[in-house]
Design a protein around this ligand. Structure first.
Ligand code: NAP
Ligand code: MG
Length: 501
């Protein structure tokens, strides 16, 4: 691979959500990605044509071009994948933790070596900017494999006094907003703990999970330890219901999560659910306001707002509301929306036509219900699915834009006067995934953190992820954690029925 130099500082984007520059992909970067005209199912360590004989197209949301056809798994394909995982289980769980760790280290290193390919492919299939896939999605996915590789031979330390056993065969279903990263979050801890896996990526973003299968083959991971079946919601439904599974891990919408919970009731399968969110982002009058503006922008416009933990409800202390909103509007005007392959792009394409329709519907509801809409005046490309960065002010807690997950670049702004009112408004939601607090007072952060009904509380930052930090929700945002020691607990069968909790 040709060595690329890091970009000049003055050409670096003002809005870079990630950390360091790893390399500078450009338009010709697409030449380095091979996309098969037809992608098959990865079962038993090899790619197989689907028994269903059917395929579906995956498109680039920024251009609406078809990238390739992908196998649509039917019930027989799901069964074949579960059987392959079942056959691989005895040898994999018998392997020493040290040896399982070796495979995970190898996967992590190959992922890093092929980072550029993964970043470009993810950007093409998902629509998110290359600056994010390059600096966030791919490096974090590799970190998850590294992190869990380190735990594989230390499980006894995590669960003292018990012999940590894997559940067995795990079915995993993931959404389209972080396709590679969600696959890494699911697969790495499952393998570290000695489980085997059948993973179903989202229908609209299957390509990087399939490329990951190439990495598994390259790392010589034993056949059947991970199987990837592509398909639609019906394939996901068939997978989670398969009697051969011992555990199901799902990330996606609250609606589907509830359906899965109902379907699994009484089945004896362990379950973890990572679902939707409607996070409150609190800004107090004593906060460093310019930094808070950056945090709020990162909170809602990162990944086009397709983020379960997005800071979609901004609650600003009344005394600084006008000043803060003015700063935000000026900052929003500088967000560059456009070609996701351009390294200077801050916000890429909306992932799909249905998602764009939902965002538009909720914006229309916001206007109808009396909130005031501000949109940055950016030129949007003619082809593809696009939505300008949007903010609503004067939002009442009862309005749909304050209650429903929009899963797009739309911020709903309200005010509060006192810390008690801030807590009451922040917790006035059915969800409980994340929240953010901006204040200069350490004591206030601790007071608030203890009162927020959310699984993740960010203080003077937002949307920061680390494999060592447990992530997950409460209430309608689901249960179970991913990352950290708590995340491994979801893949270890513990005595006393602590199934994946
Ligand atoms: P979704 O419709 O629930 O889909 C998620 C996954 O489930 C996809 O692979 C989907 O397949 C599959 N699926 C659909 N119906 C199913 C069924 N009846 N049984 C089993 N699987 C089924 O969610 P989405 O719209 O793709 O993703 C957005 C949602 O995910 C948002 O609500 C977001 O908050 C949530 N999310 C949560 C987290 C978290 O960690 N808490 C992280 C990311 C996203 P298809 O793709 O073919 O429909
Ligand atoms: Mg796609």
């Amino acid at each position: 691979m040709a060595k690329k130099t890091a970009p000049e500082t003055d050409s670096a984007p003002e809005l870079s959500f990630g950390g360091k520059w790893l390399y500078a992909p450009s338009r010709e970067a697409t030449d380095h990605v091979r996309i098969a005209a037809r992608s098959e199912l990865f079962v038993g360590g090899e790619f197989h044509k689907p028994k269903s004989r059917s395929y579906f197209a995956t498109v680039n949301p920024a251009t609406e071009e078809v990238l390739g056809e992908v196998a649509a798994a039917g019930a027989k394909d799901v069964d074949a994948a579960v059987q392959a995982a079942t056959r691989a289980l005895p040898a994999w769980r018998r392997l020493s933790g040290e040896d399982r760790g070796r495979y995970l280290f190898r996967i992590a290193r190959i992922l890093q070596e092929r980072a550029r390919e993964f970043a470009v492919l993810e950007t093409l299939d998902n629509g998110k900017p290359i600056a994010e896939t390059r600096d966030v999605d791919v490096p974090l996915a590799a970190q998850h494999f590294f992190y869990h590789a380190g735990w594989a031979d230390k499980l006894e330390l995590l669960f003292p006094g018990v012999r940590p056993e894997p559940y067995g065969v795990v079915g995993q279903v993931i959404p389209w907003n972080f396709p590679l990263l969600m696959a890494a979050w699911k697969i790495a801890p499952a393998l570290a703990a000695g489980n085997t896996v059948v993973l179903k990526p989202a229908e609209t973003s299957p390509l990087t999970a399939l490329l990951l299968c190439e990495v598994f083959a390259q790392a010589e991971l034993p056949a059947g330890v991970v199987n990837v079946i592509t398909g639609d919601g019906a394939a996901g439904a068939a997978l989670v219901r398969h009697p051969g599974l011992h555990k199901v891990a799902f990330t996606g919408s609250t609606e589907v999560g509830k359906e899965i919970q109902r379907a699994l009731a009484g089945s004896g399968k362990a379950l973890t659910l990572e679902l939707g969110g409607k996070a409150a982002h609190l800004v107090f009058e004593d906060a460093a306001l310019d930094q808070a503006v950056e945090g709020v922008v990162r909170g809602i416009f990162f990944n086009q707002g397709h983020v379960c933990c997005a800071g979609s409800r901004l609650l600003v202390q009344e005394s600084v509301h006008d000043l803060f909103v003015d700063k935000l509007r000026r900052r929003m005007a500088r967000i560059r929306v456009g070609d996701p392959l351009d390294k200077n792009t801050d916000m890429g394409a909306i992932h799909s036509a249905p998602q764009l329709a939902r965002i538009r519907e909720l914006c229309a509801a916001g206007e109808r219900e009396g909130a005031v809409m501000h949109q940055s005046a950016c030129a949007l490309p003619a082809k593809g699915y696009w939505h300008a960065p949007t903010m609503f002010t004067g939002v009442a807690m009862s309005q749909r834009i304050a209650r429903e997950e929009i899963f797009g670049p739309v911020l709903a702004v309200s005010t509060f006067r006192t810390p008690d009112e801030a807590v009451a408004k922040a917790n006035d939601t059915a969800y409980g995934l994340s929240c953010g607090i901006w204040t200069d007072k350490g004591a206030r952060i601790l007071w608030l953190a203890g009162r927020m009904r959310a699984g993740v509380v960010w203080n003077n930052t937002f949307n920061r992820f680390d494999p060592a930090a447990p992530f997950g929700g409460m209430r309608e945002s689901g249960f179970g954690r991913e990352g950290g020691a708590q995340g491994l607990r979801a893949y270890v069968r513990l005595p006393g029925g602590l199934a994946g909790a």
